[in-house]
Design a protein around this ligand. Structure first.
Ligand code: SAH
Length: 266
């Protein structure tokens, strides 16, 4: 370890930062401070572009499909003495860069483990979307990414079936892409085997950005074409309810008390 430590230049560190769902108002003060302290900014280009340019900050934007390479690059720069900020949208630990950085560390040279590495959380899309709609995650819930770039679709389908069978409210990340046009419809088909057709489905698009839009559609009517890659899809639990608003919209919430609880023994 002592020889590998010598490979580190002093002053280097790496922080993996969540930028929140969009607008800078959703960036935490801690995340902002970590960005302000950085000498090097690394991430998928739309996220890097969200961070204002300033003197002393080098930007290394890259394509989305190279998370491990990007992580190794970040660790190499930090080992060479840079204060590196790796940025993700939302929270960096939710289907994002933090796990990639730790995987790179786990499979990389020993001296990377001596680097100060920290994660700064951000507001993940699921929580931003739920807050806009009301409180649909008030009971137990889970999050599933529909992307099968990193795992087989059979596993996604198995998890959907299990989570729907256990009556969780379910947040679906990465619901569709041009390469995977049918998966969201497949997910809705699985949901229809477990839930009533009037179960509310929230389609929350670009939450926290200028083009934000929210829709609530009954499970019986919802279609995959109603979502895109900027959409967070939330399928209600059997207990999720809608309260119509005066303006025609609705609040969505999942009660914390489960029906029948009052009849169970203490
Ligand atoms: N780390 C991110 C998620 C990355 S996966 C986070 O914590 O939010 C990318 C997926 O997140 C998108 O396909 C979409 O489903 C969801 N997403 C990210 N930002 C969003 C936003 N502002 N509004 C709605 N969904 C969003």
């Amino acid at each position: 370890m002592s020889t590998s430590r010598m490979a580190l230049q002093p002053g280097g560190c790496l922080t993996i930062i969540g930028l929140g769902p969009g607008d800078a108002r959703y960036l935490t003060p801690a995340a902002r401070a970590a960005l302000d302290a950085a000498t090097d900014l690394i991430g998928y280009f739309p996220y890097v572009e969200r961070v204002p340019e300033r003197p002393g900050l080098k930007r290394h934007a890259s394509d989305n499909r190279v998370e491990l390479d990007r992580s190794r690059h970040a660790l190499e720069l930090a080992a060479a003495g840079a204060r590196v900020a790796v940025v993700s949208g939302g929270d960096p630990g939710v289907f994002a860069m933090a796990a990639a950085v730790f995987e790179a560390m786990d499979t990389g040279p020993d001296h990377w483990r001596a680097l100060p590495v920290a994660v700064e959380p951000g507001i993940t899309a699921m929580l931003a979307a739920a807050a806009r709609a009301g409180a649909p995650l008030g009971g137990d819930f889970c999050a599933i990414s529909l992307s099968d770039n990193l795992k087989p679709w059979a596993l996604v389908a198995k998890r959907l079936d299990a989570a729907l069978g256990a009556d969780f409210a379910i947040a679906l990340y990465n619901p569709v892409s041009k390469a995977r046009p049918h998966q969201l419809d497949d997910a809705f088909a699985i949901a229809r085997t477990h839930r009533a057709p009037d179960t509310p489905v929230l389609l929350a698009r670009a939450v926290g950005r200028a083009e934000e839009s929210l829709r609530i559609v009954p499970l019986g009517d919802v279609r995959g074409a109603m979502a895109d890659m900027s959409t967070l899809v939330l399928i209600g639990a059997s207990t999720t309810r809608m309260i119509p608003k005066a303006d025609g919209g609705a609040y969505l919430y999942t009660p914390r008390f489960h029906k029948g609880l009052e009849t169970q023994p203490a």
